[in-house]
Design a protein around this ligand. Sequence first.
Ligand SMILES: Nc1ncnc2c1ncn2[C@@H]1O[C@H](COP(=O)(O)OP(=O)(O)OP(=O)(O)O)[C@@H](O)[C@H]1O
Ligand SMILES: [Mg+2]
Length: 384
Amino acid sequence: MNGQVEEVFGGHTVVKAFNREEAVIKTFSESNRVLYTSAWKSQFLSGLMMPVMAFVGNLGYVAVTVSGAFFAAQGAIAIGDIPAFIMYIKQFTQPVQQIAQVAGMLQSTAAAAERVFEFLEEPEELAQPAHHAVREVAQLAGDVRFEHVHFGYHPDKIIIQDFTAEVKQGQKVAIVGPTGAGKTTIVKLLMRFYDLNSGKISVDDCDLSTFTRDEVRSIFGMVLQDTWLFKGTIMENIRYGRLDATDEEVIAAAKSAHVHNFIQTLPDGYQMELNEDATNVSQGQKQLLTIARAILAKNKIMILDEATSSVDTRTEIRIQKAMDNLLRGRTSFVIAHRLSTIRDADLILVMKDGDIIEQGNHEELMQQGGFYCELYNAQFDRVS
Ligand SMILES: Nc1ncnc2c1ncn2[C@@H]1O[C@H](COP(=O)(O)OP(=O)(O)OP(=O)(O)O)[C@@H](O)[C@H]1O
Ligand SMILES: [Mg+2]
């Protein structure tokens, strides 16, 4: 019930927009009814326990008294034995009654414990690598190599079959491909959000799995496809990239990301509070804020997954220039659907169904006239 309420509350505008109020109320009433019947039953039955047990206990008294009277009449036992037996019965039934009282509670505890243990029994990810890397993170230059990477979110549904690629330090690498090709997946593997099924990803010949996860994440700066901002001021949100940054550094990063002007038009400027889901700024502005955050973090390797997809083309070009300055000498991975933005990449990896089907720079790929050429032209031709 709580889950359902939360879901509907979160998707309130969608429910309204599609006129689904009645349907939602109906599903709610249905689960409410199911909950009502089961709660009613459980309350009734556990309430019944007490009187039933008391009744059974009383039957015991009757049996003892009747048979006691019989034996006493025959002279087999003394009168005093009867109250003694009644005491015994009391002592025996009291704990049983107490157990009956908490039986309902025990059952709901068991149901809750099942869920808690399900969660606790999940295998934990290894915090420390078995062998530690030979190099410190600070010494890394930024060569990245993928060797026969094989991965699936579920073992029986493999998404990345055999991904092999080599990236030199300082290169700007673009990953392009149709929706669902596995571009974001590659990025997640790079950040070690998931572990590979087999194969290897290495930075400067050091296997990524020999670093701790913290170290891996300090190598990469990223702007992900789904922007994430938290409730707090804009200043705090940008500073999240590097917590010890001064106000001036935050403002400089905002200028590079071309959000400074926008922030200044806000009533409280950098002190404006973003709300829970950051719905009080536009989608493109959210992207710019996350870019500013990544710029501030200054990591060795940058990952931009559709970072400017909601930004207008003019601002996009400006950000790109700023980025190019910033990323000079640093390896970067750029994922973009607007292929015009990655024309100047040193290496373009064209992915389809989890594999690289073509690679090279823009001119080479256009000359080949393959899948990339088709994708590229599709963006400028009018579909007839
Ligand atoms: N957490 C997940 N669990 C299971 N399958 C997933 C998960 N995330 C992605 N997938 C599947 O993996 C495949 C590749 O997804 P991915 O997000 O890498 O695509 P993409 O190339 O980034 O697409 P887009 O251009 O839309 O961003 C898809 O078929 C998707 O359904
Ligand atoms: Mg993606």
